[in-house]
Design a binder for this molecule. Structure first.
Ligand SMILES: Cc1ncc(COP(=O)(O)O)c(C=O)c1O
Length: 370
């Protein structure tokens, strides 16, 4: 089976993790690896501060609590995303307000935001879907006008750029994921990056059970244990030394797929706007029902030929868990729904061989002709 993605782990990761174990500080406090990973990763994102966490989900949850967003607040989110984006809002007691995607980038449609802003709105979470940056300028303008926070969910987009600027450095704070299929991995793990010292200090406090500096075991705030371990951070440091190579390969893979599929009717290629550097975390395409087989049938046939694929996200406004909670009543978001119906992503792991890309391409094109 050619899997959609597999981590690239070498002796470097093994040696760094072994070194951490030898030094003895294997948890999330003490030791040197967590701090070093926070410093180096945030610097790589052109941000002043990093806060390593247990996952992308907890990083996002921690951003929201660090900004004191909670009960009676509303947060604007893109409906077409991983459910983690929305969980982070709901777990903080705030109300998610879902927005449709742009057909061209698959990301939040900036033109749809203003109509959904109320007195309760506190923040906009943007998601750089599948590695393509969100069109940030109109969103930053709206946020300034209404005094809202902008939070970047960059779980899938390490190294993507917007007009040459690294994503993660564009809003008030950003979260990254280091799950095994992400651009770099720590097994499980996440990171907040921010340029705001207050947000940084509060996030470091809340991630570590809100231990008071004044007196041990006296707590003034509602904390959590979202600490990344030093072993994970050691693996992350090794991965970070190789990140630019990973991104280069992702872009090469996308270029090769694009060449293969560019004139094939019924396949819409992934976006890359002139102002964007897409890092193609996953190479996503749309299968248009007009010609050939429908998306689900194609996925099944590809699987039978040893090619793993994954369908696109099911939008937040269609999730039973949120409907049960009374969110997104009778909401229809046609672009997001269409993406969910037509989208799939193909194997995009950095160790994918050119021959495999050609095989996947040929197999898919043959299926489209049937
Ligand atoms: C857009 C997005 N946000 C958040 C997350 C959550 O990251 P994690 O799996 O590390 O909790 C993911 C995970 O895949 C994601 O794709």
């Amino acid at each position: 089976m050619i899997y959609v993605c597999e981590p690239d782990i070498t002796d470097k990761e093994i040696n760094y993790a072994a070194q951490c174990i030898k030094e003895g500080f294997i948890s999330g406090t003490g030791g040197r690896f967590v701090k070093e990973f926070e410093d180096k990763f945030s610097k790589w994102c052109n941000c002043r501060y990093g806060i390593a966490t247990t996952s992308g989900t907890t990083a996002l949850q921690l951003i929201i609590s660090s900004l004191s967003i909670g009960k009676n607040d509303e947060v604007i989110v893109q409906s077409f995303t991983n459910i983690a984006t929305c969980y982070a809002v709901v777990h903080n007691g705030a109300t998610p307000v879902a927005i449709d995607s742009e057909p061209e980038t698959w990301n939040i449609n900036p033109q749809k935001i203003e109509a959904k802003i109320t007195k309760k709105t506190k923040a906009i979470i943007v998601v750089h879907i599948y590695g393509h940056p969100v069109d940030m300028n109109p969103i930053l303008k709206i946020a300034k006008k209404y005094n809202l926070y902008v939070i970047e969910d960059a779980a899938e987009a390490h190294g993507a750029t917007y007009y040459g600027k690294k994503i993660g450095s564009l809003g008030d704070a950003a979260c990254f994921s280091f799950y095994a299929n992400k651009i770099i991995t720590t097994g499980e793990g996440g990171m907040i990056v921010t340029n705001n010292k207050k947000t940084y200090t509060r996030a470091q406090l809340l991630k570590n059970l809100a231990f008071s500096k004044k007196k041990r075991f006296l707590h003034y705030h509602l904390g959590n244990n979202f600490r990344m371990s030093n072993i994970q951070a050691a693996i992350g440091l090794a991965q970070l030394e190789r990140i630019d190579k990973f991104i280069k390969r992702k872009r090469e893979i996308a270029y090769k797929y694009n060449q293969i599929f560019k004139n094939i009717p019924g396949i819409t290629l992934p976006p890359e706007k002139p102002w964007a550097k897409n890092v193609y975390w996953m190479y996503g395409i749309l299968i248009n029902g007009k010609s050939g087989m429908r998306r689900d049938k194609i996925m099944e046939k590809l699987k039978n030929q040893g090619i793993e694929t994954r369908q696109f996200f099911i939008p937040m406004h269609m999730q039973p868990v949120f409907k049960k909670m009374g969110f997104f009543k009778n909401l229809r978001l046609p672009v997001s729904e269409n993406l969910a119906r037509q989208g799939l992503y193909l194997p995009t792991g950095v160790n994918l061989k050119d021959k495999e890309i050609e095989f996947i391409g040929r197999t898919l094109i043959n299926l489209m002709k049937k």
